[in-house]
Design a protein around this ligand. Structure first.
Ligand code: PLP
Length: 462
């Protein structure tokens, strides 16, 4: 949450969007703040999302044209941005045995899943619905891993029938149920136990998952016992170990700490003669929303693999589960300015996207940069950008300097992850349409949801 200090109206005039004092609670002195000032010359998503002159483009398509022809709110994704984010991981893992499992909760639209399936990715799923989706998108079931603290028996049965690669089991109780379900169906379920390494990922508390107080994984101290139980259960086959400590992590330290803690456990588990074939270090790498500077995925993994080699585990099968870092900066949400409403304390810019489309600001006070699709020049006015939903929490950006008129279009950046997949029908608003851009080609990958779509399955009482 930055108090922004200057015009967004002349995109190519250099560092026109320099942000002022950082208002984050953790930022003590802005002079020492690790975040970089933002520039409209290098937006999150660049070079795939960038201004050419006064117009904002995604790959070779002008976003203003998409807003006019497909309507708003509209999510637009760059295929090249997704593949280049994936390529950064692939560079880091060059020469290693690795399976990159896209954590599809970040964005589970079929057309997005298809991009990663065709690129050879595996998938990290957390529900039976995600399993069905990913199979519909053409994924190889043997590359699917199933995480989550509350898998139902039915979800387990379906995943076993599909032949998924691994269940990431999150509790001792789940182990017992999975073994029974597998045995009843004549299967042996491949399992990895998700360890809670008690490492602080230094991120928002709602997206921190690897601390003692979080509901995820098996406590570090109980891990060996849990592996011994898993190895003894007839319906299970131990194949790996995994951890995932949180999301939007922007430092490498928590990853190194978690890796050390997991490898200490592997030492102990294998000393108890339980072989651990694969090591899964989860996802969580952050992206640039407003000057955040997470490590590059390739550089991060080069460092982590050095540590793995030093500990003697460099030749193991590896897995990772990145979500946000593969799609977050590949997507934008386009929205139209409906009304400008000056106020005594605040000016409001009321747009047609809302918290049901973009839930992150309301849920986590998250920041998305908001920029015009076409600049007019002129002095900016500071607005709170808000949606039409009947909640004071329905805001998309606070204190944003914009030079806009009703009918103008804005782009909410970094909207590829945890936006559409978290979208709801609150206020009976239909979910937005989505398009995938590949060079100069535009593919509609989700139609705008109608009121009839929303009412499907409901009945009046007669
Ligand atoms: N793996 C697991 C088990 C998760 O819970 C999550 C998300 O919280 C991810 C992977 C993906 O995290 P991210 O999108 O931050 O990479």
């Amino acid at each position: 949450m930055w108090a922004e200090g200057s015009a967004l109206s002349t995109p190519n005039a250099g560092l026109v969007a320099r942000f002022g004092a950082c208002q984050r609670p953790r930022c003590i002195a802005c002079a020492n703040c690790p975040k970089k000032p933002m520039s409209l010359d290098h937006l999150p998503g660049a070079p795939h999302i960038a201004y050419r002159g006064s117009q904002l483009w995604i790959e070779d398509v002008r976003l203003g044209d998409l807003a006019r022809s497909h309507g708003t709110p509209l999510f637009v994704y760059s295929k090249a941005a997704m593949l280049s984010a994936l390529a950064a991981y692939q560079r880091g893992f060059a020469g290693r045995k690795v399976q990159i499992c896209y954590a599809m909760k970040a964005n589970s639209t079929l057309g997005v899943l298809q991009v990663f399936a065709q690129a050879g990715c595996g998938f990290d799923i957390v529900s039976g619905g995600e399993l069905q989706r990913v199979l519909a998108a053409g994924a190889d079931a043997s590359k699917v891993i199933f995480s989550g603290v509350g898998k139902t028996r039915e979800e387990m049965r379906r995943a076993l029938q599909a032949g998924i690669g691994c269940f990431n089991v999150e509790s001792e109780a789940e182990l017992e149920v999975l073994s029974a379900v597998a045995q009843a169906g004549g299967h042996r379920a491949p399992v990895s136990i998700r360890v809670n390494p008690n490492v602080d990922p230094k991120t928002h508390p709602y997206i921190s998952t690897g601390l003692k107080g979080n509901k995820f994984g098996v406590a570090h101290e109980r891990t060996l016992q849990t592996y011994q139980r898993a190895a003894a259960l007839p319906g299970l086959q131990v194949v790996g170990i995994d951890c995932h400590i949180g999301s939007q992590i922007t430092e490498e330290g928590p990853y190194l700490d978690a890796m050390d803690r997991v490898l200490d456990l592997v030492d102990a588990i294998e000393a108890a003669r339980i072989p651990v074939r694969h090591l899964d270090f989860g996802g969580g790498l952050g992206i640039n929303y407003n000057g955040d500077t997470p490590p590059d995925a390739g550089a991060l993994w080069t460092r982590l693999l050095e540590r793995l080699d030093a500990r003697g585990y460099g030749d193991r099968h590896l897995m990772i589960e990145p979500g946000r870092s593969l799609v977050g900066n590949a997507g934008v949400c386009l929205t139209e300015v409906l009304y400008l409403k000056p106020g005594e304390q605040k000016n409001f810019c009321i747009v047609d996207a809302a918290m049901n489309d973009l839930p992150r600001p309301a849920m986590y006070q998250a920041f998305h940069l908001i920029v015009p699709l076409e600049s007019h020049g002129g002095a900016p006015i500071t607005y709170d950008v808000v949606g039409p939903v009947c909640e004071s929490g329905d805001w998309i950006g606070r204190d944003r300097p914009l030079h806009v008129r009703p009918g103008d279009h804005l782009a909410v950046l970094s909207a590829g992850a945890y936006c559409m997949s978290m979208a709801s029908n609150y206020n009976s608003r239909g979910r937005a349409a989505e398009v995938l851009v590949d060079g100069n080609k535009v593919h509609v990958i989700r139609q705008r949801e109608t009121a009839i779509d929303q009412m499907r399955g409901e009945t009046l009482v007669t």
